[in-house]
Design a protein around this ligand. Structure first.
Ligand code: GLY
Length: 307
């Protein structure tokens, strides 16, 4: 099987002067994941590697650089799902964990659970995962924003990755700092299977981004996967899922979708969404800053995908 990896840096408005950083971050993430896949590594390791890069980059709303809640603190959510067994793991409202996606991955390997707040932090500690003072996840920009009380509108919302490895296994992962000024303890879609992510080797893998309060009622990731089950190309299924979100709850979101044949698709109704992907046969990863998507995604769809 030809390995494929796709990452996103969040669906939202992105200021022109932040485009380059979004592009560079997504490229670095896809390259980290691709290193794993091209050496025959598994999709879960590739997804973790890619998302760890995004969680370390303050450009993105995940890990370091996450948006701050109403108490001026960072609380993060993350989840991973493996399509081979439908195994999953998730954390929500955790603090002081350097890489929430690594905790979600470890929980997935342990047993399917969503561990919230102290219980997620305790799991990370007990399993030797990297902890840090909770203040270490606060970036200077986010602190200034919170202190000034001015909401920055160009912060990309949530990061994610989907990957297919040489053994045909699909994995999805998603990680977020939630929404700006969210009440302490608020949890959105990211940690919820079917909403923030889904993976099934029989169909495909999906990671979503956007307004959790809208994504949850339309079960966005599973809705996109259901489009694949109905025979749609991933591009069409992704677009149909976003259309459903708009039609039913007037939400704003995006998703990336990869099917079991390695074909990719994405859609969003925000003004931008940074995306990067890589597969065998491409000389280098492809990245979109989000502004040029109509021709590119249409071209992929009309050519029947990447393969
Ligand atoms: N999609 C991230 C959140 O709503 O929390």
């Amino acid at each position: 099987m030809k390995p494929v990896i796709v990452v996103h840096g969040g669906a939202k408005d992105i200021a022109v002067d932040k485009m380059a950083a979004n592009q560079a971050g997504c490229l670095a993430a896809v390259e980290a994941g691709w290193q794993v896949l091209r050496q025959g590594g598994c999709a879960a390791a590739a997804v973790e590697a890619a998302i760890c890069v995004l969680e370390s980059d303050q450009t993105f709303n995940s890990g370091f650089g996450s948006t701050m809640n109403s108490d001026g603190e960072v609380e993060v959510d993350a989840a991973m799902m493996a399509g081979v067994t439908l195994a999953w793991g998730a954390v929500a409202a955790v603090q002081g964990v350097r890489h929430p996606i690594s905790v979600a991955h470890k929980i997935m390997e342990d047993k399917p659970r969503l561990l919230v707040a102290k219980s997620g932090e305790r799991f990370a500690l007990e399993h030797g995962l990297e902890l840090c003072p909770k203040e270490d996840l606060v970036s200077p920009e986010q602190y200034q924003e919170w202190k000034s009380g001015v909401e920055v509108v160009d912060r990309p919302n949530t990061v994610g990755c989907v990957a297919l490895d040489v053994n045909g296994n699909l994995v999805a992962g998603t990680s977020t700092g939630g929404t700006t000024g969210q009440p302490q303890g608020r949890v959105g879609d990211t940690a919820l299977v079917g909403c923030g992510l889904y993976a099934d080797n029989r169909l495909g893998a999906c990671s979503t981004t956007g307004d959790g309060e809208s994504i949850i009622p339309v079960v966005l990731a599973k809705t996109a996967i259901d489009g694949l089950a109905a025979g749609s190309h991933p591009q069409q299924a992704a677009q149909q899922a976003i259309d459903t979100l708009v039609e039913r709850v007037e939400g704003e979101a995006g998703c990336i979708l990869l099917d079991r044949q390695g074909r990719i698709g994405w859609a969003y109704n925000s003004s931008a969404m940074a995306i990067a992907y890589m597969t065998d046969g491409l000389p280098a990863p492809v990245v979109f800053t989000g502004q040029e998507q109509p021709q590119s995604t249409a071209a992929i769809a009309s050519s029947g995908g990447l393969h």
